[in-house]
Design a protein around this ligand. Structure first.
Ligand code: HEC
Length: 114
């Protein structure tokens, strides 16, 4: 995939700071692949609670909040300390392929779209 074309495409599709309501198939697949590769599904299932909340319940918690994209982007890129089964642990970080903030934004929008 041509990086420049990818970034241009995302920028055109996604005005700064604005969450999009429905991801196209390619963006959704890229987000799903990255979540899988980063080990996120070990603790987050689409609909069922595991060690972490389901993607659906994260989406319900954050949808419509103006700071959702920025807060969740920070959450998935900085290893914040969270409680996992009552024990404080560092939260997993996305294994990004690029240094593009759009890769992060795409995953966050994917979660908010569940
Ligand atoms: C070892 C288990 C575990 C793994 C692996 C994990 N998470 Fe989590 N995640 C949690 C737990 C537990 C919470 C709830 C933390 C809280 O609410 O304090 C959470 C919360 C979240 C939230 C919601 C934060 C909020 O403020 O509402 C997001 C988004 C999230 N995780 C994304 C991811 C992504 C993306 C990955 C992969 C890079 C990932 N998680 C990997 C356990 C995990």
């Amino acid at each position: 995939m041509n990086r420049v074309a990818l970034i241009l495409g995302v920028l055109l599709a996604l005005p700064a700071g604005q969450a999009i309501s429905a991801l196209d198939e390619k963006s959704a697949k890229a987000a799903d692949d990255l979540l899988r590769k980063s080990g996120c599904y070990k603790c987050h299932a689409p609909e069922r609670k595991k060690d972490g909340p389901s993607l659906k319940s994260i989406s319900e918690k954050w949808r419509g909040k103006p700071d959702a994209v920025s807060k969740l982007s920070i959450h998935v890129t900085t290893n914040p300390v969270v409680k996992i089964e009552g024990k404080e642990e560092q939260h997993e970080m996305l294994k990004l392929k690029s240094d593009s903030p759009d890769e992060v934004k795409n995953v966050v929008n994917f979660i908010l779209d569940r």
